[in-house]
Ligand binder design. Sequence first.
Ligand code: EPZ
Length: 442
Amino acid sequence: MQVWGGHQLQGHVRISGAKNAALVIMAGALLCSGDCRIRNVPLLADVERMSQVLSALGIILKRHGDTGEILDINASEILTSKAPYELVTQLRASFFAIGPILARLGIAQMPLPGGCAIGARPVDLHVRGLQAMGAEVQIEHGICNAYVPGRNGRLQGAKIYLDSPSVGATETLMMAATLADGETIIENAAREPEVVDLANFCNAMGAEIHGAGTSTITIVGVSQLHSIDYTIIPDRIETGTFLVAGAITRSEFTLSPVAPDHLFPVIAKMREMGITIIEEGADCLRILRAEKLKATDIETLPYPGFPTDMQAPFMALLALAEGDSLINESVFENRLRHASELNRLGADIRVKGNTAFVRGVPILSGAPVIGTDLRASAALVLAGLAAEGQTTIQGLHHLDRGYDRFDLKLQQLGAKIFRVAAPSPDVELLTNNSNSPVSVSH
Ligand code: EPZ
């Protein structure tokens, strides 16, 4: 990605459906033995990967609509309980499908997703919850083998306490409990809007899930679910990222559709920084030109705390604020790697353990940088929009995993941002201001 900074943005940006709702709702469609039509599905590499995992299980998927935002899924037949290693290890969220597969078939063989750039990402809470529901689980050769002995292979309702409010574990167990025999209670459950969207999707198919969005979720198992036509919520992290794009470039523009409530901690922190954000109607936000950016402190926490997925974009913003800010990343153990890349652009950030000390600087200046994960790559694009001169960003494959047509949407707002296709498949050429090529690895 090649970004020329210092240009104000204007107009309107359309926010896509939520990645972290779409992925788990696609897995949730495995619970239904009929047709599911899912609308507002974002165009993302991760959604493509999830489609490949489901197809490998024998599920029929078809995209519709002008921009392919309608997805039909038919899971009347799950032909195998074995998910392909090479696909699951590339997409962590596909592991959550172990819940619905086990609930439908009484057996599931799911490769462990393994760690990633931001942390070890264990699945012990998922496994312990399934064991509490009567599953036998063995992990061998990197595969999580689960089956339900006796009881015609049907999981049993159970009371489950999660050591930490894991989003994935809550979703996996909520899906598994939907077709289980009896009542399941998940205590210390995650409260993220994507968990609620999954529960609403399942309930629309005939499930009995109560309390999603609170720390205690109760699921009364049913014998089967029926077909549905469901629309996914807007992406709160994409919304937050564009709000930061507005603040960091001192711009005014509108964003919709959005769910302002889902962004409460983010908007609250931006207002603390002196940024004005107005709700215009039920699903539209307007960000006004920020005169100045005041420093503030951030601690990432499970919802409704400040989202860890907004931490990197906020670090880019705080790098240009007046004063010192403290960022404490408490959800993932290795999610501050973008700090050193922001320092290449002239930021003044020191990292100690899981805390970053950000001393605001008056300006950033363009340079070649590398995105190490999805949100880190977005933060570098945002910093590039504010930096003097050009910034070249490697690691686009991270960005495309979670942002739907990010560069095109920024261009529509007036940003000078370009992506140049590479001559050879695995190398993408990026140009810097002298148009001489800079090589990029996928
Ligand atoms: C979801 O990941 C999101 N991904 C992440 O978004 C998001 O950062 C995260 O929730 C937190 O909000 C999807 O929904 C696909 P967790 P998930 O289980 O479910 C530990 C993005 O940028 N843990 O809530 O994997 C874990 O290691 C991505 O869009 C265990 O110890 O997150 C982490 O430190 C990145 N054992 C913490 O809990 C477990 O069994 C939170 O993880 C599970 C998790």
